[in-house]
Design a protein around this ligand. Sequence first.
Ligand SMILES: Cc1cc2nc3c(=O)[nH]c(=O)nc-3n(C[C@H](O)[C@H](O)[C@H](O)COP(=O)(O)O)c2cc1C
Length: 466
Amino acid sequence: MSEPGRLAGRLVALGITGSIAAFKAVDLLRLLRAEGADVVVLMTPSATRFVAPLTLAALSRRPVDADVLDLLPDGRIGHVITADAADVVIVAPATAHWLGAMAHGLAADVVTATCLATSAPVVVAPAMDGDMYAHPATQANVRILRDSFGYRIVEPEAGSLASGQVGIGRLAALERIVDAAIDAIGARPIRKPDPADRPPRLIDADDPARDADDLAGRHLVVTAGGTAEPIDPVRFIGNRSTGAMGFAVCEAARDRGARVTLIAGTVSAPIPSGVKLLRAETAADMQAALASLVLAPTGAAGFDALVMTAAVADFRPAVTNPTKIPRTGAGLTLELRANPDLLAGLGRRVDGLDETGAPGGAPIVPRPVLVGFAAETGGLERAAAKLRAKRVDLLVANDVGEPGSGFGTSTNRVTLFAADGGSEALPLLPKRVVADRILDRVAALLDARDAAAQTGATSAAGGTAS
Ligand SMILES: Cc1cc2nc3c(=O)[nH]c(=O)nc-3n(C[C@H](O)[C@H](O)[C@H](O)COP(=O)(O)O)c2cc1C
């Protein structure tokens, strides 16, 4: 796995109570997810009046536990399962009322009940009006949590408060809360790595057999759109790609739990939210952006999978005129140079080969999954050969001449060519569904890659021992 987040593999129970700052828990959840955490959200009944459980369920990919008397669908007791499996419980924001309930062990809500039942570290970030926080009752409760229970208190900050006052009571910066949770976990082992021991995930409505979070902890890079190869400062050679197919892949990957980096060329569809955006106008820019992502600073693979939907120009003007070329009656002849095949170059780099295909460096470990797109006109005969030439794991080929397929449409009819020689022709489908079908393959290839690495590691370890 590339650049694992600081909470990769951890289950974080995020308890939200009825403060005006409850809306900030949405961003806190995003930060935790970006650190690779698996998150289950617990709410007091008051908190559900401030922020919709639906939002938190959609972002955490788990049902929200907001009723201490509700059982899980399989009959298990939610707060006990969470208490036993969580690597850390974060209560943010914590109200004055909740601090009092917790200090005295009053388990009338799911957040308090979980804290009482867990042996995981607990991080508490209070948020309230300044006078409420300064009150001796609140301060006494904070002391009990910190000094008697060993909870980490992330002290609120000074600033203007929702009450209109200025004082100490504003929820701490979210990064401080995340850092406190990471610090509290320290070097403890993951308590319950088996998903069966954790609270349930949301089931994907379209495909109940599929784990809706099957790309959690993965880093996917997606290129989208066309490129603009400059003729002069005003004119360029471009193509009709809008970015829509790549954006559908980004959204699907994001919704399945992946961290997504989008390298966008010339695009006309709206950029999806929740992804890291890098702009690349020309093929050379896109090549540089990809090169910057191939390796993490640690030397490990910088991403788990690349889905190369961008329509990168095959040719660029040999010379870019520094000033606008004036109109003349004589016309204009442009000399074009071939651009490098970015995906083929990356395929060789990943396998430790040089430009000529000869050994030329260390292969990238773990090997990222590479997915190419081939827009063809008039049949897909060349696709299988392209797959081999580019050294990709999956080639998604479509005939852009077909109605409803290719540029500027919301649908696509593609054939998936796999490295094992198999191919699957999909019917005409919405681009988002096509994206999910591609990601089904990516998720399976990544799982197979990791399983093979595990087996290799186990047999290597076994070999040493015997
Ligand atoms: C608009 C509004 C904002 C509130 N903000 C806070 C707050 O920031 N901190 C707090 O301790 N209580 C706040 N309260 C009061 C709590 O919602 C109230 O004490 C509630 O019983 C807390 O329930 P809980 O601790 O079970 O979530 C607020 C109430 C309202 C109506």
